[in-house]
Design a protein around this ligand. Structure first.
Ligand SMILES: [Ca+2]
Ligand SMILES: [Ca+2]
Ligand SMILES: [Ca+2]
Ligand SMILES: [Ca+2]
Length: 321
């Protein structure tokens, strides 16, 4: 398996100062992040703007230090910056969510993703807050990840610190085009118990595209190139061409090299090389199955012995990781 990291966020610079498509320090990029279920803008579209300097709205409620907020909104703990929500009965409690729109920048269509993140929470209220991860490839239809859910403890513990609960999930069988999006939704479906709700959110999100190991590729002379008989003529140079082809897929460039030798021919029989044997090389480009190698044979009026060209398979290299 090869993995390509396409996203990483630990919220180290997030002080809950709002969301903006061109975020300043303390804000989150609203082209990537949005929060739904808050009264100031219940379902903002990506690219929205909210918060900013001294704007004390739902999307920019600032630090949680020693305080225990009870106003609904987006917060960030000073002890470990994270994207944190304070749900209330009127806001965020009934399927409010954090959503991340992750662009597939791996350079190729992606079918599998490795998701790693922490549920962040503080058991400051006498409720159990339920959390659920779901995903989407179109931003419209979301599929819950059965194994990725979490509930905070019900009975509050005085002086509770923020805690993290790690979650590692592999999503397979998807189809996200290069530069397309994977949507991750961290939903707060409900809570049980009574009184204030715990602060809940996420931290340390990474997303990797997972690609299966490349099939081993082999190169060989094409069937029609195993033996070539061609008149060299009696003057000038004649191009002798043969085809090198590969099996096992067309991923990446494949470089090959080989050697032309002859029991009797010498450099005078070729146009270019200073001596015999001599090396040749070539590349089968990504996406193609074969390449042509051309050797210039110097014509003369003598009767020539046959030539041998041999592929050095040990020198096959692919740019595929
Ligand atoms: Ca509000
Ligand atoms: Ca609270
Ligand atoms: Ca953090
Ligand atoms: Ca609790």
């Amino acid at each position: 398996m090869a993995t390509t990291r396409i996203f990483s966020e630990n919220f180290a610079n997030f002080t809950a100062d709002g969301f903006n498509p061109n975020p300043v320090a303390g804000q989150l990029d609203s082209d990537i992040w949005r929060v739904a279920g808050l009264s100031d803008n219940p379902n903002p579209a990506y690219g929205f703007s909210a918060g900013g300097d001294n704007a004390n709205n739902d999307f920019s409620r600032g630090d949680i230090a020693a305080n225990d907020p009870t106003t609904a909104g987006v917060y960030s703990p000073t002890s470990n910056r994270a994207l944190m929500l304070q749900p209330t009965g009127a806001e965020l409690d009934n399927n409010g969510f954090i959503e991340a729109r992750i662009q597939n920048t791996s350079g190729t269509a992606a079918n599998s993703f490795a998701i790693n993140f922490d549920w962040a929470f503080r058991n400051s209220g006498d409720r159990a807050d339920n959390l659920q991860l779901s995903f989407s490839t179109d931003g419209l239809t979301f599929t819950p990840v059965t194994l990725a859910n979490f509930s905070t403890p019900t009975t509050a513990v005085a002086g509770s610190a923020f805690s993290l609960q790690n979650e590692v999930i592999n999503l397979t069988g998807l189809n996200v085009a290069d530069q397309g999006f994977l949507f991750l939704r961290f939903t707060h479906p409900n809570s049980t118990g009574s009184g204030n709700r715990d602060e809940v959110g996420i931290d340390n999100l990474t997303v990797d595209v997972v690609t299966p190991d490349a099939q081993p590729q082999t190169v060989a002379f094409a069937a029609g190139s195993v033996s070539i008989s061609q008149a060299e003529g009696n003057a000038g140079t004649t191009s002798f061409t043969f085809t090198v082809e590969r099996a096992g897929g067309t991923t990446g460039d494949v470089s090959f090299s080989g050697q032309v030798s002859s029991a009797a021919a010498d450099a005078a029989d070729f146009s270019g090389p200073a001596s015999v044997p001599f090396a040749f090389n070539g590349t089968i480009p990504a996406g193609q199955t074969s390449a042509i190698v051309t050797i210039q044979v110097q014509a003369d009026a003598m009767i020539e012995p046959s030539l041998r060209a041999r592929l050095a398979a040990s020198c096959v290299r692919s740019t595929e990781r």
